[in-house]
Ligand binder design. Structure first.
Ligand code: B1M
Length: 213
């Protein structure tokens, strides 16, 4: 039963079934599956498969794009289950996917989980120029700046963004966290970020830890 429900979500995302995916997620939640299970074993597992199919030439960018749209539609159903309302803000975060990079699903998930943990999040979107991060820091005075990158070719834009924050004289007032599939702990240290998180829930733990240090 559980496997069938997860398979239905997996298939909807793989097939780019935008109208069907939210219903498949709702059915799994109604049957008592946890939001984390639905997310990790249904939705993210399907996106990973989409990536494999793209890599071996069975899917093109168009299919990858439709699957991404499908996942975004399904996330709408999951959002309230990943979030609990908190009265007091746990801190302020400015987040964005770095310049040249259009991937925003992972960043949106990190945003959702941070908001769920009580952070006030200013999401700058995908393809964010370093100067936009600087102006957002000046405007919102966050404790944390979160950078996402999904392409090996856009990882260097994380360093460029940090350099821009240094040049603007605001680097010392924020903690910088980085993440995204090609990023790792070693790269985070290499570009002098304050921390790396491999997934959205660990991004929350990292942000919480950095708020007290
Ligand atoms: Co693109 N793409 N894509 N793509 N795409 C990848 C990333 C790729 C790995 C596919 C592959 O070849 N297997 C490959 C990158 C190869 C590389 O550089 N190593 C790739 C490529 C090549 C490209 C294009 C260049 C293709 C082309 O045009 N020829 C192009 C680039 C466009 C651009 O950005 N300039 C491109 C375009 C696209 C679409 C627009 C079609 C679409 C994105 C739509 C969108 O995001 N709105 C797309 C998609 C969907 C993917 C895959 C299939 C799925 C990405 C995704 O959403 N995963 C992806 C393959 C894959 O990742 N398996 C692929 C689900 C998401 C929940 O996971 O984003 O990893 P993820 O986020 C995780 C963690 O990484 C982490 O937490 C999240 C949740 O747990 N995390 C953070 C992310 N950010 C974080 C920040 C943090 C902490 C954690 O703190 C700050």
């Amino acid at each position: 039963m559980e496997e069938e429900l997860l398979d239905a979500i997996f298939a909807a995302i793989l097939d780019g079934d935008i109208p069907g995916a939210p219903g498949a997620v709702q059915a799994a939640l109604d049957a008592g599956l946890s939001a984390e299970k639905v997310l990790n074993e249904g939705m993210i597992a399907a996106m990973n498969r989409v990536g494999e199919l793209y890599e071996c030439g069975d899917y093109y960018v168009a299919e990858m794009f439709t699957s991404a749209k499908t996942l975004q539609a399904a996330l709408g159903v999951l959002r309230p289950h990943l979030q609990q309302s908190q009265v007091q803000s746990a801190g302020t975060v400015v987040i964005g996917t770095v310049k040249g990079d259009m991937h925003d699903i992972g960043k949106n998930l990190v945003t959702m989980m941070l908001e769920g943990a009580g952070f006030t999040v200013h999401d700058l979107g995908p393809d964010v120029h370093p100067s936009r991060f600087v102006s957002a820091v000046l405007e919102h005075q966050p404790e944390i700046v979160a950078l996402s990158a999904l392409l090996t070719t856009t990882m260097p834009a994380m360093k460029t963004t940090i350099d821009a924050l240094v040049a603007a004289g605001v680097r010392a007032q924020v903690k910088i966290i980085v993440g995204g599939a090609p990023v790792n702990d070693e790269y985070a240290r290499h570009i002098s970020a304050d921390g790396y998180a491999p997934d959205a829930s660990q991004a929350v733990s990292l942000a919480r830890a950095l708020m007290v240090n």
